[in-house]
Design a protein around this ligand. Structure first.
Ligand code: PEP
Ligand code: MG
Length: 750
C-alpha cells in the first residue's frame, strides 16, 4: 500500500488478510499480535500498536509490532494524555510527520518509541463506543497518506466490530469482554421509585456479524437495493396524512428524506465497500462518524439532524440485515425499558408491564416523563451511555431517588438494592394497614388526602391508596398521547368512565393545561422566548375558546346527573377566572337548551399558580368555589427558578420561611372568605412538607397515589400545634428555612 497506486485494492487486500487472520482460532492476545504484525507488513511501516481502554480513563498498550515487547500491558496513559490519549479523547485521528513537535506529545521511554518521528493514530470505535487507539509509527519524518489514513480507519472499525463480537477477549482488564462489566450511570430523576429487572431495548441493536465484503460488487448492489427500499418507505411515511404538514414529525421525515437522497452519504458508503467493508459495516462507519460529530456540535438543531441520520442508519441496517423491530427476543419478566427517547403514546402502549424506564436523553417535563409519572414508573433520564452499554436482558437496577442506574450490577450492589426494595415493601404493608383510616392528626384536625391522576389507568389507585377523591385530574394527558385533537364524544366517554371508576368520590377535572412544557404535537405554536411565562393554559383557552368549549361540553355531558368539579389552571388575575366561569355557565345553558341532563351540582375552581393571584381582589376568593395551590408552578414563579432546569429546580427549599409565610397568607385569604383550599403540587406528597403545610392551615392535600401512605403515616403521628410552634420559633429566630428545626423536632419525636 505504501506505493498508494491502488489504494482500494490495497485496503481490500489488508482487510482480506485480516479476515483470514481473525478466522483462525486463537486467544485474544494472539489475535491482537497477528493484527499488528499484519498491518505493519501491509502498510510497510516499522511500528503498529493497539492501545485499548482498561477503564474509561486509562488506555493500555495491548499489542505492538516494533516497540519493546516488554512494554505490552505495562505502558498506560490517561485519556487525553500524549498523542494516543488525545486520539482517544477526541475520537479523531492524529497524523503527523513530527510527533515530538506536536502539542501534548509525551513519549513512553519503556517502549523505545523515541526514534519514531511519524505518527498516525486512529480511534478504535463503534457507534460512539470508544474501545482504544490503533497507531502506526515510522522513523522518516513523513505524514502518512490520506489513503493510509483511510485504510487504517477502516481497519480500526473492523477491529471494533470484532471486539464487539468477542474476538479479543483475554487476560487482564484491557482484554475484558464487552457488555459484561458492571456499569453505573448517573442521570437525572424523572420519576421517583426503585425498580429491579432486566433491560428491554425499545429499539434493539442491530448486530453486524460480518464486517468484511467478500464480493464488493454484490455488497454495493445490496446497499443500493436497501437504500432504494429506505427511500420508498420514507416517501410513504411522508405521504401519510397523519403527519401534519408542519408538525415536528414531518420535519424529522423531511430530514430522513434529505439524508436518504444525499449523494455524499451514498458515495462514502460505496467507497467503504470498495475498500473491503460489507454493506452493513459501511453503514455503521457513517453512523459512527455521525455520532462522533454529534458529541462535538453544540448547536441543538444540528444535533437533532445528526440524530435523525442515526435513526435513519438504524432503519437501513434493519433493512440490510433483515432484523426488523421484532428480533424474536422475548420481553423479560420484569422489563425495564431502555430508549433514547420515547413518545407518550408508545410508552402508554407498554403500560404498566414496565417496571422502570431509563432514557439516554429526555427531560423532566417531556411527555414521556409526564406519562411515567402518571403510571408511577420509576424513570431516570439523561443516563448517557445506556444505549451503548445495555443489551436486551441485562440486569438493571433503577434508583429513581438518586437518578442512578446500575447495569449488570455486582452481587453486593444487587443485594443492597433488594434490601432497599424489601424495606419499601414493608413500609407499603404498614401503609396498607392504615388505608381505610383517616389522616387524623394527634389532638388535631383530620387532613383530607386526595390523589392526582391523568389516565384511566390511574383510577384503580383510588381504591388501593385510600385516597378520598381525585384532587387533580390532568386532562391534558389525553391530548398529549394522541396525534390529533380528541373528539368531544371520545372525551365525554372517557370522563364518564373516570367518574364511573371514581364511584361517587369527587374528581376535580382540570381543564386543558398546555403550553410551557406541555406542547401538543399537532398544535401549531409560535416560538416563545420563555414558554413557562408564555401563552399557556387558560391564556390559550381564552384566546382560542373552541377547544375549551368542546372540553367543557364533554365534561358536562359526562357528568349527566352527577356532580361535576371543574378547575382552571394558571389563573393569574380575577378576569381570567370570571371568563372561564362564564364559559362554563354558557355551556350549561346551551346543554339545557338542547334538553340534555345537567350535572347535579357544579363547582368551579381555580389553580393558584402565580403569586399575583394570592393578592387578587376579595371578589376572586368569593367567586371561586374552591382553590388549589399548584405548588410546582407557584414555587417556580415565587423563587423565579425554572422547575425544569436541573441547575435551579432544587435550589430553593419548599420549607423556606418566605414561601411558607406566603402559603400562610393564601390560607388566611381563603379562610376570610370561607373558600375551600387544597394543595396539589408534588410537595404535597412529601411527608415533611405535607406536615408543615397542614401546620400552616391546609386541610386538603392532593398527591401521587403512592405518597398517600407515607404522608398519612406521618400525619397520624403528628401534633400539628407542636409543629406550628416549631415553625413559628424558627421563623422568629430568623432562620431561612424551617427544615432544620422541623427535622430536629422529628428526630426528637423518634
Ligand atoms: C402544579 O403546577 O403544581 C400542578 C399541579 O400542575 P402541573 O404540575 O401539571 O403544572
Ligand atoms: Mg401547574
Amino acid at each position: 500500500m505504501a506505493d498508494g497506486s491502488n489504494s482500494e485494492s490495497g485496503s481490500r487486500r489488508l482487510l482480506g488478510r485480516l479476515k483470514a487472520a481473525l478466522a483462525e482460532p486463537a486467544e485474544g492476545q494472539e489475535r491482537l499480535n497477528r493484527v499488528v504484525r499484519l498491518i505493519a507488513e501491509e502498510i510497510q511501516t516499522p511500528v503498529c500498536s493497539i492501545y485499548l481502554f482498561r477503564d474509561p480513563e486509562t488506555l493500555e498498550l495491548c499489542a505492538t509490532e516494533g516497540l519493546n515487547a516488554e512494554a505490552v500491558h505495562k505502558t498506560r496513559m490517561r485519556l487525553g494524555e500524549g498523542l494516543v490519549g488525545r486520539v482517544a479523547r477526541k475520537a479523531q485521528p492524529i497524523n503527523t510527520a513530527d510527533a515530538p513537535g506536536e502539542p501534548g506529545f509525551r513519549y513512553m521511554p519503556e517502549t523505545g518509541e523515541e526514534i519514531y518521528s511519524a505518527f498516525l493514530g486512529v480511534p478504535i470505535q463503534r457507534l460512539g463506543e470508544r474501545l482504544g487507539v490503533l497507531v502506526v509509527q515510522s522513523k522518516e519524518a513523513r505524514a502518512y497518506s490520506e489513503d493510509e489514513l483511510y485504510a487504517l480507519e477502516v481497519v480500526a472499525m473492523v477491529l471494533a466490530e470484532m471486539a464487539e463480537l468477542g474476538a479479543f477477549v483475554g487476560e487482564g482488564a484491557a482484554l475484558k469482554p464487552l457488555h459484561q462489566q458492571a456499569v453505573l450511570l448517573r442521570g437525572t430523576v424523572g420519576q421517583e421509585g426503585t425498580a429491579m429487572g432486566a433491560a428491554w431495548l425499545h429499539e434493539p441493536r442491530v448486530i453486524v456479524t460480518n464486517p468484511f465484503a467478500d464480493d464488493s460488487a454484490a455488497e454495493t448492489a445490496r446497499l443500493r437495493d436497501a437504500v432504494d427500499r429506505l427511500r420508498v418507505s420514507v416517501d410513504e411515511m411522508l405521504g401519510d396524512p397523519r403527519h401534519a404538514p408542519d408538525g415536528d414529525h414531518r420535519q424529522v421525515l423531511e430530514a430522513y428524506r434529505m439524508f436518504a437522497n444525499s449523494k455524499g452519504w451514498m458515495r462514502r458508503m460505496e467507497e467503504s465497500i470498495a475498500r473491503g467493508l460489507s454493506a452493513e459495516a459501511a453503514v455503521e462507519r457513517e453512523q459512527t462518524r455521525a455520532r462522533t460529530r454529534l458529541e462535538q456540535v453544540p448547536d441543538a438543531y444540528l444535533r437533532e439532524r445528526l440524530q435523525d441520520l442515526d435513526d435513519l442508519s438504524n432503519r437501513l441496517l434493519r433493512l440490510l440485515t433483515g432484523q426488523g423491530d421484532e428480533t424474536g427476543a422475548e420481553m423479560p419478566e420484569s422489563p425495564i425499558l431502555v430508549a433514547r427517547n420515547i413518545g407518550p403514546g408508545e410508552l402508554l402502549s407498554y403500560g404498566r408491564t414496565l417496571k422502570g424506564l431509563v432514557l439516554e436523553e429526555g427531560s423532566v417535563g417531556s411527555h414521556a416523563a409526564v406519562v411515567a409519572r402518571a403510571l408511577a414508573i420509576p424513570l431516570v433520564i439523561n443516563a448517557r451511555g445506556i444505549l451503548q452499554e445495555a443489551l436486551n436482558g441485562d440486569a438493571l437496577l433503577v434508583d429513581g431517588e438518586q437518578g442512578i442506574v446500575h447495569l449488570r450490577p455486582e452481587e453486593n450492589v444487587a443485594k443492597a438494592f433488594r434490601d432497599k426494595i424489601a424495606m419499601q415493601a414493608k413500609a407499603q404493608e404498614r401503609y396498607a394497614s392504615i388505608r381505610r383510616v383517616p389522616a387524623t392528626t394527634v389532638y388535631g384536625p383530620t387532613i383530607a388526602l386526595h390523589m392526582n391522576a391523568g389516565l384511566m389507568a390511574d383510577l384503580p389507585s383510588l381504591k388501593n391508596s385510600g385516597a378520598e377523591g381525585v384532587g387533580l385530574f390532568r386532562t391534558e394527558l389525553q391530548f398529549l398521547i394522541r396525534n390529533h385533537v380528541p373528539r368531544r364524544d371520545e372525551l365525554a366517554m372517557l370522563y364518564g368512565r373516570v367518574m364511573d371508576a371514581a364511584d361517587g368520590k369527587r374528581v376535580v377535572f382540570r381543564t386543558l393545561d398546555i403550553g410551557s412544557d406541555k406542547v401538543l404535537p399537532y398544535m401549531k405554536r409560535d416560538h416563545e422566548p420563555n414558554p413557562a411565562l408564555g401563552w399557556r393554559a387558560i391564556r390559550v383557552f381564552l384566546d382560542r375558546p373552541g377547544v375549551m368549549r368542546m372540553q367543557l361540553q364533554a365534561l358536562i355531558r359526562a357528568a349527566a346527573g352527577r356532580p361535576l368539579a371543574i378547575m382552571f389552571p394558571f389563573i393569574a388575575q380575577l378576569d381570567e377566572f370570571l371568563a372561564g366561569r362564564a364559559a362554563v355557565h354558557d355551556e350549561l345553558e346551551r346543554e339545557e337548551r338542547l334538553g340534555r341532563p345537567l350535572p347535579s351540582k357544579i363547582e368551579i375552581g381555580a389553580m393558584l399558580e402565580t403569586p399575583s393571584l394570592a393578592f387578587s381582589p376579595r371578589r376572586f376568593f368569593e367567586s371561586a368555589d374552591f382553590i388549589s395551590v399548584g405548588g410546582n408552578d407557584l414555587k417556580q414563579f415565587f423563587f423565579a427558578a425554572d422547575r425544569e432546569n436541573e441547575r435551579v429546580r432544587r435550589r430553593y427549599d419548599s420549607l423556606n420561611v418566605s414561601y411558607l409565610t406566603f402559603l400562610e397568607w393564601i390560607v388566611q385569604r381563603c379562610e376570610d372568605t370561607g373558600t375551600p383550599l387544597s394543595f396539589c403540587g408534588e410537595d404535597a406528597g412529601r411527608p415533611v412538607e405535607a406536615m408543615c403545610f397542614a401546620a400552616m392551615g391546609f386541610r386538603t392535600l392532593s398527591m401521587r397515589p403512592a405518597s398517600i401512605g407515607p404522608v398519612k403515616h406521618l400525619l397520624r403521628r403528628t401534633n400539628l400545634a407542636e409543629v406550628r410552634e416549631v415553625i413559628d420559633e424558627a421563623r422568629g429566630s430568623g432562620a431561612q428555612s424551617v427544615r432544620p428545626a422541623v427535622m430536629e423536632w422529628l428526630r426528637a419525636q423518634g
